[in-house]
Design a binder for this molecule. Sequence first.
Ligand code: FAD
Length: 495
Amino acid sequence: MADNRQVAPGSELAEPLDEAAIREFSSRIQGQLIRPNDGAYDEARSVFYGGFDRHPALIVRVKDTTDVSHVVRLARESGLELAIRSGGHSVAAHSTTEGGIILDLSQMKGLEIDLQRRTAWAQTGLTAGEYTAAAGAHGLATGFGDTGSVGIGGITLGGGVGYLVRKHGLTIDDLISAEVVLANGELLRADAETHPDLFWALRGGGGNFGVATRFQYRLHEVDTIVGGMMILPATPDVISSFVAEADAAADGLSTIANIMVAPPMPFVPAEVHGQLIIMAMVVYAGEVDEGERAIAPFRALAEPIVDMVKPMPYPEIYPPEDDDYHPVASARTMFIDTIDRSVAETIVEYLRTSSAQMSVAQIRVLGGAMARVPADATAFAHRSARIMVNVAALYERPDEAAVYEPWITDFAATLRQGDDGAYVGFLGDEGEGRIREAYPGPTWQRLAEIKGRYDPTNLFRLNQNIRPSAQPTNDALTENRPTPGVDTSEHVADS
Ligand SMILES: Cc1cc2nc3c(=O)[nH]c(=O)nc-3n(C[C@H](O)[C@H](O)[C@H](O)COP(=O)(O)OP(=O)(O)OC[C@H]3O[C@@H](n4cnc5c(N)ncnc54)[C@H](O)[C@@H]3O)c2cc1C
């Protein structure tokens, strides 16, 4: 996303950290401290998206929950802005800060898989790909998104829409409990019975409530899938038919269709380079023969340009990634009801006329298990949304935003169909109005009340922020002591 710095509320009270304070802090920390003069600083401050050249005063690669508590307390006492980072893929670059502190969880990768119960406790420094590979070794999976390098921290707190969404629902639908370091530095476990208000809010409410250090997930038997990439020509007829087939398909099939100009990649035939294609990623979770039957209608839409859909182990859906890829992007997310031929024509027209290095309309047909959860069961309320569309222009230099922000705004406005909702995981820095659209109806009010109980001073504000409602004095922060019996042991091997 293009850089759009804001002065965080409260930052005018911040004091720079002096050497004595840093030394004292450092003596209590097991993990790594990185400061502006350190060799590792530039790499450590960078995030997935390019165009965000921010200079934190301190980066702490925490080693355990005690470190997390110390960092939270330091941020509270110093008033410095606190950025929480798991996988660093925030679309709004909320996991970096100018002059503040980055709490980087990327070294906390403990994973404990309980094969009997089919559950996993995972520390939030894991990426979706790392978790999926480890669980996949047992033929098991929890659904995350379409990209292996996304952190389980951010994607889970936002909701989690991915390759198993129609079969098993959102990531949060498999969340059993969470351990969170609150604004007062204390560790608390939340689940359906213990602190159910917080547990409700964590499932979609983003990083507003504390630092999630571990999640306990349900695992499903997802061994060999029928899946992979299929490239089709992106004519209006094929696009609208693709969406219709994806909607009619069995719940086992989840699809992500990227309408884009074919890049000059080795697996794309040279004569197709520069033409508009549907680069679709599909996953059928279930029996292989059923999967082949589910894919057949897509193969029949047009002669596939590339067809790599085949039976394969589920973790292979996350291919290796290039760590040096840091695109600058302008993007918008929305929910829509239908992509008929005329909507598909609009998509084709916009993408054909774009001058960006890459422009894409990503279509995710929803429904299935995700839609069977009541809208008020979690803080993700868009259960009846039919289709999620993300439009994006990717380019090289941040100053090109002047060209592509208006273009993407116009493209998104043309596609909207009355639902102003937004998925918080794909929101950029788009203002409070859009955050409210992520939390429609009573969801916003309920989140604000819970925020008021758990983070009344809005310490966790560098996120899609929900400002706390005023609370009576007996707020949860002073009431809640650490949950007895919470196991804070750090790295536990697979069992
Ligand atoms: C290339 C790409 C592909 C994506 N694909 C999908 C997809 O298929 N499905 C989907 O649902 N989303 C997807 N997303 C969106 C993604 O889920 C969000 O951007 C998410 O916030 C990224 O999580 P992260 O941990 O990598 O990011 P970070 O930048 O580390 O974190 C993002 C924010 O989440 C909060 N946060 C993260 N970890 C914690 C924690 N442990 N405790 C408290 N707060 C925390 C903080 O507010 C932080 O600023 C994608 C994003 C990108 C860039």
